[in-house]
Design a binder for this molecule. Structure first.
Ligand SMILES: [Zn+2]
Length: 327
């Protein structure tokens, strides 16, 4: 009797499982969605709610060939090996900082923008995930006009954030609007430059009504954000200092493109710098300041979510990542 009932139970259970399996198979999407979670991280700057949204999953195929000076590349490779970093393509993190302040939503650069490549342009999706629609963004901040920072401010030939003004340093606007923007000191592939200038000017035309060129040291939104000149990567490259009460976050933007290389030796530069000599001087000035004051920093191209401190180590520096925290 006991035996029979057990067999009955097993039979029923098997039938149930078969039905469940069939149901699961019917619900299975034909093409599984690319898995990229998490890509939004929530944190606080004092009382302010902030988010770090990853905009892409990209690698720079040229690897250390992008880094200068050439004769230092063996030393860079040595540093990479010593830290267990993968050789070959360098990771390109693109972290977008979003800050809420009352009814204001602030956006610090806008990533690549949504195109056909599913590996990039995730900002809008990230904003939607935290319940922010494009028309709720009230203030954009543009550090400089390279594609990974500017393009997301434009969508299908129109401003992507219809109610947002976009602050930038006046030197940055003047550089791209000049008759002949000067790239003579850049190690960038010169073939890319005419197309890049054309694209930037087109986007600036689209955003014309929105752009708010300002001077170095300008504070906006009642002192919430200070816009600081940090030249070298571009003429008008800006860093942003965000304050809430006693709390401060310094957005480093493109003072560093790699979490090891630009810290181990701040003299090492990337080919994308417009003026590498000035870029190095600016980096050293900031690294000295933030290590001395123990300033909390955020990096656009540092490993997501991009929060950390800079500490001194040996003759150079180290990026000390802030551990994740929930709640
Ligand atoms: Zn960049």
């Amino acid at each position: 009797m006991e035996d029979l009932s057990r067999r009955g139970f097993v039979g029923t259970a098997l039938a149930g499982m078969a039905a469940l399996t069939a149901k699961a198979a019917a619900q299975q999407p034909a093409e599984p969605k690319a898995f990229r979670d998490p890509f939004v991280y929530r944190f606080k700057i004092g009382e302010l709610e902030a988010f770090s949204i990853s905009d892409c999953d990209l690698r720079l195929g040229e690897g250390l060939d992008l880094m200068w000076p050439v004769e230092e590349r063996p030393k860079m490779k040595e540093e990479m090996v010593r830290h267990g970093e993968r050789a070959g393509p360098l990771p390109l993190y693109v972290n977008i900082l979003v800050v809420r302040s009352g009814s204001d939503v602030l956006l610090f650069d806008a990533g690549f923008g949504k195109g056909n490549n599913p590996k990039m342009g995730w900002l809008q999706e990230g904003l939607a995930a935290v319940g922010i629609s494009p028309d709720q963004v009230t203030a954009g901040f543009l550090s400089h006009a390279h594609a990974d920072h500017l393009n997301g401010f434009v969508h299908q030939g129109k401003p992507a954030f219809p109610n947002a003004v976009v602050y930038l340093l006046e030197e940055e606007l003047a550089f791209w609007r000049a008759d002949k923007p000067d790239f003579s000191k850049s190690k960038r592939n010169q073939n890319q430059i005419p197309g890049m200038i054309k694209e930037v000017r087109g986007h600036f035309d689209t955003l014309q009504e929105k752009l708010r060129p300002v001077k170095d040291g300008t504070e906006v939104l009642g002192g919430l954000v200070r816009i600081e000149s940090a030249p070298g990567h571009t003429d008008g490259h800006a860093c942003f200092r965000i304050r809430s009460g006693d709390a401060e976050l310094l957005h480093l933007m493109d003072l560093a493109h790699h979490h090891l290389l630009m810290f181990a030796d701040p003299n090492w530069t990337i080919a994308f710098d417009h003026d590498p000599v000035v870029a190095v001087a600016t980096r050293k000035k900031y690294w000295t300041e933030v290590t001395g004051k123990h300033t909390r920093c955020y990096g656009f191209h540092l490993p997501w979510p991009g929060l950390g401190h800079i500490v001194t180590e040996d003759d150079g520096y180290r990026w000390a990542t802030e551990a994740w925290a929930w709640g």
